[in-house]
Design a protein around this ligand. Sequence first.
Ligand code: NAD
Length: 267
Amino acid sequence: MQGLAGKNALITGASSGIGQAIAIRLATEGCNIAINYRKSPEGAEETEEIAMQKACGQVEECGVKSLLVQGDVSQEADIIEMVNAVVEQFGSLDILINNAGIQLECPSHEIPTLDFDNVLSVNLRGAFLCAREAIKHFLSRNRGIIINVSSVHEKIPRPFYASYSISKGGVENLTKTLALEYAERGIRVNAIAPGATITPINEAWVNDPQQKAVVESHIPMGRAGTAEEMAAAVAFLASEEAAYITGQTLFIDGGLTLYADFREAWS
Ligand code: NAD
């Protein structure tokens, strides 16, 4: 896609799932990738290996660079260090992908405050702080791109997952607010909203055929999405082909947000 080759991208939570697929896709498009991980260097190394293999094939040095950056996005000091490390190693930062996320199932009246805070501090506060640090750098060059990995639950309420739903509702507003605040300064801010996607966060149902069938029965297209399908949309939004798009959330959900109950005519 136009305008991605040679760009420097930081992807949070890139040691698995959607973040891993985004890192691989961006490297394939010629981006240098900084792979953030919190706890799993093995996962980050796997991301790096696949990404470099896809980007370079048999060529030893094809010009695409990679970097592993450890950091917990709920920790401000880690974020500052991480963004500085990327700028130092790559020379600049062009693209931030706020992908790191966690979820927690609990009836709302029973959720411990610390657990609630933890989900918000990773999914929303973490995304904001990463954006803040990236924007400081973007402003020195009057250009930059942020893509937040939100969820269909920025729109669809999710009982028993209130902290998650609330965090993604916040990500929708974060996307719009930053897009408006920095539109004149060459900074674009968008989001993707994945529907049910086959990744480790959904291990409760992806490996259980019966549970998977139940989940997929609610999806108009009849199947869950793949991490690669999410990454394709991120690559588009990060590319020059999306140069006039800002403040938008692109839903990639097989029709999940189309009120599936209306598939059949109601008498
Ligand atoms: P995943 O569990 O594979 O990925 C989440 C990643 O975030 C992991 O690599 C994890 O290590 C990282 N992470 C968690 N806490 C972190 C922290 N404090 N600091 C740094 N990294 C941290 O699951 P996934 O499905 O790939 O999730 C990626 C994003 O996609 C999340 O934001 C999630 O909410 C969103 N999403 C997923 C789905 C889905 O169905 N899989 C649907 C909608 C949105």
